[in-house]
Design a binder for this molecule. Structure first.
Ligand code: SAM
Length: 459
């Protein structure tokens, strides 16, 4: 056992302190706590410890709103005030950034605390989508660092509409005698979304294939009992290895509330002044308010380029575009925009969204970004603006391929600060200047953060 005083927070939600001058990372710690800890993972220059006893709690500590906090792997910061979380996240970003870019001083930096009052109301109940794991009879989230499921009946990060879906879906699935519990045995995951449209996706294990329609009555029960607009049932035709490989590919059966079962594309939700159809399985930003904030940051930057510098783009590219969440807002700033995305469902939705908004200057292409960049280079096509919004893994190895298309401006949206810094370093080495960085708190109460970085080509 060791005693430690926590100095600050580090990425991934750890508190940092020192034991005999070695840095120790401690989960669920708060700056200024004095703790008795047990070291469970020791390295040459650092170690990981877990709290055994809070000897003297920080004045900053608050009571977590959730009974599962510390067990469920979802939240990291329910024990500290939101203002402190934002301050610490900004510091974490600045420290990490300064380590990689020692000499870069001059760019506009907008941390989290700039418009705190505006964002404060949605630091709980903000998720419009949650993904649940199933291990019958448990329905919930993975425990921290494990594949065991914590049974969760209410998630404090989810919108009330999502929690309603959760409660009603659980009740029906756990009902004995009505077939619910039999279906539960076939389910490996459940995704719930409420964007205004309420959708439930059930991921089924492979062996249900021949019997998919045996469960029609219970899916209808779920539609009626949850008031969901749609249920999507995902499974792999032709078997497979149970991990999504080896079968003939993903199949989706859809059950809808509407009579003919196919008019959901006529429904849409609003994002700022635009209409978006949404269906599954397609990526969606989980925090609507902060997604709108991110879009406003991007459009304000482009507006400024147009108004102050008279810049209007000829040929813009939106890589990893999903269903056009950002792409559609680029419309006024470029003559032609190409959106690239590998998920065919998202592309189909994107095309719907173009019609819903009467947009004429966007082409969506279903392709992986790697192949697209290769072909564009071979075809000698240049893009003067490139927007990137990759998954957490970032665009390792692709930065030179993006730069090879000669964009004078690059907007990099990232949800992982480590891969972002790795990729930015290469952009900087290739002559791109970091003009502006905005931190966007897309995932309050967790260690995750979103960043928008604006780069321009020097020389
Ligand atoms: C972080 S999401 C961003 C989507 C969109 N920009 C938005 O704001 O909703 C990343 C997207 O990249 C897609 N994706 C992941 N890897 C890809 C790849 N190698 N090539 C093309 N698209 C990819 C995913 O399907 C997902 O839609």
């Amino acid at each position: 056992m060791e005693t430690i005083k926590i100095e600050s927070l580090a990425y991934k939600g750890y508190g940092i302190g020192r034991v005999n001058s070695k840095v120790v990372f401690v989960g669920y710690a708060c700056p200024e706590d004095t703790l008795k800890i047990e070291i469970y993972d020791e390295h040459k220059n650092y170690a990981f410890g877990r709290i055994i006893e809070i000897i003297s709690p920080s004045q900053k500590r608050i009571a977590p709103v959730c009974e599962h906090f510390g067990i469920c792997g979802g939240c990291n910061y329910l024990h500290i005030p939101y203002e402190e979380e934002l301050y610490q996240k900004s510091e974490i970003f600045k420290t990490g950034f300064n380590k990689v870019f020692k000499d870069i001083k001059y760019f506009n930096f907008f941390g989290f605390t700039n418009d705190l009052e505006k964002r404060k109301p949605d630091y709980l109940k903000y998720r419009q989508k949650i993904g649940l794991k199933v291990s019958p009879p448990l329905i919930g989230f993975y425990k921290k660092r494990s594949n065991n499921v914590v049974d969760v009946g209410y998630c404090h990060l989810a919108k009330e509409g999502v929690n309603e879906l959760l409660k009603n879906t659980r009740n029906i699935l756990l009902k004995n005698g009505g077939g619910g519990s039999n279906l539960l045995n076939e389910i490996s995951f459940i995704t719930l979304t409420d964007t205004g449209l309420k959708n439930i996706t059930f991921g089924l294990k492979n062996h249900i294939l021949s019997r998919i329609h045996d469960y029609d009555p219970i899916f209808k029960d779920i539609i009626n009992g949850t008031k969901a607009d749609n249920i999507f049932v995902e499974f792999r035709e032709g078997g497979g290895d149970g991990k999504g490989k080896g079968g003939k590919g993903k199949n989706i059966v859809k059950y809808s509330r509407d009579k003919d079962g196919k008019n959901t594309y006529d429904n849409y939700f609003m994002l700022k002044d635009k209409k978006f159809a949404y269906d599954l399985p397609s990526f969606i930003q989980i925090n609507k308010g902060q997604n709108e904030n991110m879009i406003s940051i991007i459009t304000a930057y482009l507006e400024n380029l147009t108004e102050k510098k008279g810049i209007y783009f000829n040929n813009a590219l939106d890589l990893f575009c999903g269903y056009g969440n950002i792409t559609i807002f680029l419309t006024p700033y470029a003559q032609v925009i190409t959106g690239v995305e590998e998920n065919g469902f998202s592309i189909k939705l994107g095309e719907k969204n173009l019609k819903l908004n009467a947009v004429k200057n966007i082409n969506f292409m279903m392709s992986n970004v790697e192949d697209f960049l290769e072909k564009a280079k071979k075809g000698g096509i240049n893009y003067d603006l490139i927007v990137l919004d990759p998954p957490r893994t970032g665009i390792k190895g692709l930065v030179p391929k993006v730069a090879a298309l000669n964009p004078s401006f690059v907007i990099y949206i990232s949800c992982d600060f480590m891969t972002l810094l790795r990729d930015l370093k290469i952009f900087a080495e290739m002559g791109y200047l970091i003009e502006q960085i905005n931190l966007i708190d897309m995932f309050p109460r967790t260690y995750h953060m979103e960043q928008a970085v604006f780069l321009s080509k020097t020389g």
